[in-house]
Design a protein around this ligand. Structure first.
Ligand SMILES: [Zn+2]
Length: 503
């Protein structure tokens, strides 16, 4: 017994030592404090959330048939006789629809233009067919309801549709490589209900860069039927996998997420790790193992640091998939797409891969938990996410990490920030190219928080971020609401003059 106890003590000591020495930590980081401030939203609210139930079948290359049941709950306070959905895949319908800048076309289509899109086949409400129309350059679906949905009431909407995925290095795109290997990204792929705001439906077009994301938190169940040799990486948690007649069926589900994305490949290997009880799964091509493990390592450290700084990540899992997205990384709720190029030298460094991964993990808070209109007010999520990235480097590597971040990101952006006539609070469409957008919205955004930290102190800044999270968790925030929350704290030195300097 003694021996068992002794062995147990050694084990316990070894595991404590592991967590103490191998995971970066600072005395100021307190996970209990973080947990309390980010208490989960009231479960009674589940009856107020929309539920998407999607069943899809994939052909193994680029075609998908799908059926989507949406339990729509009218939270607008008004009677609704029309509903509007984004049809983002239709930016690929033909060359004239493409939103991209000319200089990005070659990066999106290295093998030349490839068509894609979404075709709506049928629409019904509570079992009866309804009228529908595709409008706004084919990017919006309008449903005319037979029975208006009264405030607080619900209705069942069913849509059947097909997808053609373009051969593109994009969030919605696929690539063929090696010997019959396919990796397909499904981002912004299904008809997603538009946000109904104070001024009505928000129907902004997909921008040339940045993200079109603006949606309400909902519950999701998605069932994928794929050829047996394919692996499905997706948002949420895998509820079950079965195989029948040469096909595999994967069912994923998750509550309280604002979007659902996936990546499908017949060339995925996986590795996993746990941190703070959260399971992280990395999906990567076997030839890119090094990058696959680096993804896991950075995500683990980033979750550890952000959990203690902002409030605990409330979902049980986080998935990271190697995909083809020319711009680098892309955040989705509980799911990250990372461009395959980053998994290889010379990008396997803290200047590139690590920065992108720490950034996308931070988006799980800023965009995922606290949502915002990322077309018209992109600074709200990108500025704070980039500051969180800098904070990750500082907490993980100390002063050296902070300095090297400044050398790499800040110094190289300063001249662009000064030269650009744009405000960091401008909309995505105000910027000329990715470099200007990154410098002004991301880097200047991070510098705003740096100055805020220097003015009110680190502890107060973290208090503010926790308060921001708990106030807007699972909701959408506007710039005005953000500024009001900050001003209401009455921090010394944070007044209109301070804010004006950054506007
Ligand atoms: Zn970002």
């Amino acid at each position: 017994m003694k021996r068992i106890l002794a062995a147990f003590s050694i084990l316990l000591f070894a595991s404590l030592a592991f967590f103490y020495f191998f995971l970066p930590e600072r005395a100021a980081l307190n996970i209990e404090q973080a947990k309390n401030s980010a208490s989960a939203a009231n479960d009674a609210e589940s009856t107020k959330r929309n539920h998407y139930d999607i069943k899809l079948e994939y052909d193994g290359l680029n075609r998908i048939k799908a059926e989507m049941d949406l339990l729509y709950i009218n939270n607008t306070g008004k009677s609704m006789d029309e509903l509007f959905f984004h049809l983002y895949p239709n930016i690929f319908r033909d060359r004239n629809h493409l939103p991209f800048f000319k200089q990005d076309l070659r990066l999106v289509f290295p093998e030349g233009f490839s068509t894609g899109g979404i075709d709506i086949l049928q629409a019904s409400q509570d079992g009866g067919p309804i009228r529908w129309a595709v409008q706004n350059n084919d990017e919006v679906l309008k449903l005319s309801l037979n029975k208006p949905v009264q405030p607080g009431k619900s209705s069942r909407i069913r849509l059947t549709f097909t997808l053609t995925v373009p051969k593109a290095n994009y969030r919605f795109g696929y690539r063929v490589f090696g010997k019959d290997h396919v990796t397909l990204s499904l981002g912004y792929w299904y008809p997603i209900l538009a946000v109904y705001g104070r001024d009505g439906w928000k129907l902004d077009r997909h921008p040339a860069m940045g993200d079109p994301a603006f949606s309400d938190v909902s519950d999701y169940t998605v069932r994928f039927t794929v050829p047996q040799d394919f692996t499905v990486a997706a948002s949420g948690v895998l509820q079950g996998k079965s195989t029948k007649d040469g096909k595999s069926i994967y069912t994923y589900s998750m509550e309280k997420i604002r979007d659902f994305a996936a990546a499908l490949s017949n060339n995925y290997e996986t590795a996993e790790e746990y941190v703070d009880g959260i399971k992280i799964i990395s999906y990567f091509h076997p030839e890119d193992k090094k990058g696959g493990f680096m993804a896991l390592d950075v995500a683990k450290h980033a979750l550890y640091i952000y959990n203690r700084s902002f409030g605990k990540y409330p979902y049980p899992e986080l998935h990271i998939a190697e995909t083809n997205f020319y711009a680098g990384g892309m955040e989705f709720p509980t799911f990250i797409m990372m461009n395959t190029a980053k998994y290889r030298e010379p990008y396997l460094s803290n200047t590139s891969f690590e920065r992108s991964m720490a950034h996308e993990v931070a988006h799980q808070w800023w965009y995922g938990l606290v949502g915002n209109d990322s077309i018209n007010e992109p600074w709200l999520d990108e500025g704070l996410t980039e500051f969180s990235t800098l904070y990750y480097f500082e907490k993980r590597y100390g002063e050296a990490g902070r300095e090297s971040y400044f050398e790499r990101q800040v110094n190289s952006s300063m001249s662009l920030i000064k030269k650009s006539g744009r405000s960091m609070l401008d909309s995505v469409s105000s910027f000329k190219n990715n470099r200007e957008y990154f410098a002004v919205v991301y880097v200047k955004g991070a510098l705003f928080y740096e100055e805020l930290k220097n003015t009110i102190g680190e502890e107060k800044l973290l208090d503010f971020l926790r308060s921001y999270l708990s106030t807007y968790m699972y909701k959408n925030v506007s710039l005005d609401e953000f500024i009001k929350l900050l001003k209401d704290k009455n921090y010394p030195g944070i007044d209109d003059n301070f804010l004006k300097k950054w506007a």
